[in-house]
Design a protein around this ligand. Structure first.
Ligand SMILES: [Fe+2]
Ligand SMILES: [Fe+2]
Length: 357
């Protein structure tokens, strides 16, 4: 082994060791020369805090969020901010939102939030907005324009229909297969706002959009769907580099539509199955998606996790942090023109799922 390759080997084994024992040091490895325009942020989503009674909450969902917060606080160098991807609460109760925010309050640094349908449909977002402010806004950070959209709205006539109670309305939307629910949408008012917001942004400015539901159409039966997705995409089309990051689906998904890269987030609560496994139709998932491997259904944190995002050259690399499992990294490949899973994109290198359960 030449000195050079020996050095390289030692460096790589060191990196592997660090990655396996202390996954969070990976972010340090991501920083190197020319890191001036680089920054990172943590992304935590879908904790679904559930009140049982009084001050009793479902322990498993609490633990998932507590763990993500603790791990995000250990990131070194510090992320510039944290983003929370929606569904803090299970049924949108003030007690659930407060309990979730109390756990999230331990996060170091600024946290931005997007509204999830589980936060919204009991009181149409009143309590969430009271605690967290507007449900759509934008901000600029180190040359990147960030936009937050409330994508879980639906038809006004349905939202303001004759419901026995807000909870009655919430329960129609809180199911995965919500046969009495409605498709999500960003809506006319927010699209008009977005158009105006983007009007002042130069086309070579990287744009990162946060939504709760995917701003693309994946599977309507489970509301992995936003009804006016194409209209939102059209507003984003003039920009060179666009990334959409969304929660809601509780699983890893990857896609590229024209100039827009799409990445989903895992939940800290539980994983949803992939719609393709339910309907046996591969077309229910974007082709670039490499499914998560659910090897151990008896491990409560299995296939849950959180993300840290490494932004450089206007692109977002998504590092999926899976508790006690192999982390995943999905990065933009300039040659391919879309994001790829650095380890598992090639079907031959994937780990087959365990099938004994
Ligand atoms: Fe969710
Ligand atoms: Fe959701």
């Amino acid at each position: 082994m030449s000195n050079n390759s020996r050095r390289k080997f030692l460096k790589q084994s060191g990196a592997l060791l660090a990655a396996s024992t202390l996954p969070l040091t990976m972010v340090e490895l991501a920083f190197g020369k020319g890191s001036e325009d680089r920054f990172t942020f943590a992304y935590i989503s879908d904790s679904h805090i559930t009140q049982i009674k009084g001050n009793r909450f479902v322990r498993n969902w609490d633990r998932g969020l507590i763990r993500a917060v603790a791990e995000a606080n250990l990131l070194d160098p510090r992320p510039d901010f944290v983003f929370y991807g929606g569904d803090i609460a299970q049924l949108g109760k003030p007690e659930e939102i407060d309990h979730g925010l109390e756990i999230l309050g331990a996060l170091r640094g600024k946290t931005h939030y997007v509204m999830g349908e589980h936060d919204y449909y009991v009181d149409l977002g009143d309590y969430w907005r009271k605690q967290l402010g507007p449900d759509h806004y934008s901000f600029d950070h180190k040359g990147v324009h960030f936009v937050v959209l409330n994508s879980i709205l639906t038809h006004e006539s349905w939202m303001h229909g004759k419901w026995a109670s807000g909870m009655d309305r919430m329960k129609q939307m809180a199911r995965l297969d919500n046969p009495n629910g409605q498709p999500f949408m960003v809506g006319d008012a927010q699209r008009a706002w977005l158009k105006k917001d983007l009007a002042g942004i130069s086309k070579d400015t990287p744009v990162v959009v946060f939504s709760h539901s995917p701003l693309q159409k994946i599977y309507k039966g489970w509301n992995f769907w936003t009804d006016d997705a194409e209209q939102v995409q059209a507003l984003l089309k003039p920009f060179d580099k666009v990334t959409v990051l969304y929660g809601h689906v509780h699983q890893i998904q990857t896609n590229q539509i024209g100039n827009i890269s799409f990445h989903s987030a895992m939940a800290t609560a539980w994983p949803w199955p992939y719609p393709s496994t339910y309907r046996q139709k591969a077309s229910y998932l974007p082709k670039l998606t490499v499914n998560m491997n659910r090897a151990d259904p008896f491990f409560e944190r299995d296939a849950t996790g959180w993300q840290f995002i490494d932004v450089h050259s206007g692109r977002a690399d998504v590092n999926y942090i899976l508790p006690d499992n192999t982390n995943r990294k999905v990065v933009y490949d300039g040659k391919a023109g879309h994001p790829v899973d650095t380890k598992y994109q090639d079907p031959a290198s994937r780990i087959p799922p365990q099938k004994h359960f």
